[in-house]
Ligand binder design. Sequence first.
Ligand SMILES: Nc1ncnc2c1ncn2[C@@H]1O[C@H](COP(=O)(O)OP(=O)(O)OP(=O)(O)O)[C@@H](O)[C@H]1O
Ligand SMILES: [Mg+2]
Length: 331
Amino acid sequence: MSSDTAPLAALTFEHLSKTYPNQAQPALNNLNLSVPRGSRLGIIGRSGAGKSTLVRLISGLEQPESGRLLIDGENPAQLSAAQRRNRQARTGLVFQHFNLLLQRTVLGNVTLPLELQGVPRAERERRALALLDKVGLAPYAKRYPAQLSGGQKQRVGIARALVTNPTLLLADEATSALDPETSASILQLLTDLQRERDLTLVIVTHQMEVVRAATTHVAVLDSGHLVETGDTRQVIASPQHPVTRALLEAHRPAVTPGNGQMLRLVTLANLGAQTLSTLARLQASVVQAQAHPLGVDAWLLLPNTVSEAELGALSGAAAPALKLSPLAEVL
Ligand SMILES: Nc1ncnc2c1ncn2[C@@H]1O[C@H](COP(=O)(O)OP(=O)(O)OP(=O)(O)O)[C@@H](O)[C@H]1O
Ligand SMILES: [Mg+2]
């Protein structure tokens, strides 16, 4: 997210500001950021920070008050109406509450964006079924949304968002309504699709574990200001702003380390025999664990003499899957 990546930027914000009518405070205040193509950007911040406003600006649902927003180098404000519609079709949106049409089948929901584009029926059904297969829902094509679980509804939402072959996928709190395990599987699906289709993925969340699990870059919003940005690994390893630190600490269990102990968050591939014996050797105990797209997120209480190398080996040795991902280095 620096100027030397600008030619490849998928998204650029230049002095971007937005104040809603009759509001004293801007929802977004002078944002500057360049997001490389093919990255997974996490936008994180407390409630009311301006996250959804930013998504609405990127998706064209709202217009900036001042400053510029460039998508793949284009300023939507300078496009013709037809070009702007085309741009919007290349921007997929996934919502917290799925926003499915209840009276339409799963297939009918996924084909809808193509119907609006005038794509012939056979072609739109072929494309929708291919995507439903991709998200693991081909057998559910004829069901109605009320007959699906939350995770399945979100898979339909993702298929619908991708059916127009977007280059940019925006997910606003896409996992917030789901239990941790389902949330992890949806994040895994989003990251897999991002890699396969070379998308730029923007994930809006108030949960730092979502950022840890699924993003390459992070932007922290607070009261409409961009207070910290950077490579996810670096920001997590060395958060500079108090808001970032507070968000990182939010899920810390209520355990006070004793003398000579520390509490650390580590992602393990699993809690199998090998991992457990390594934890025992390091005199580490798991005080809290939850599903994570790459395994299990575990808060460990352990002697503060355990080195970073030993912690790294704990993740790496136990977790061949982690080696496939740069996220391993976050740990
Ligand atoms: N349509 C609107 N009209 C007026 N003010 C709005 C509107 N939408 C949002 N706001 C205000 O803009 C600010 C940013 O809201 P936004 O929805 O972008 O926050 P958010 O970070 O997405 O919060 P949350 O985590 O709760 O979803 C808030 O102060 C909010 O009250
Ligand atoms: Mg929001």
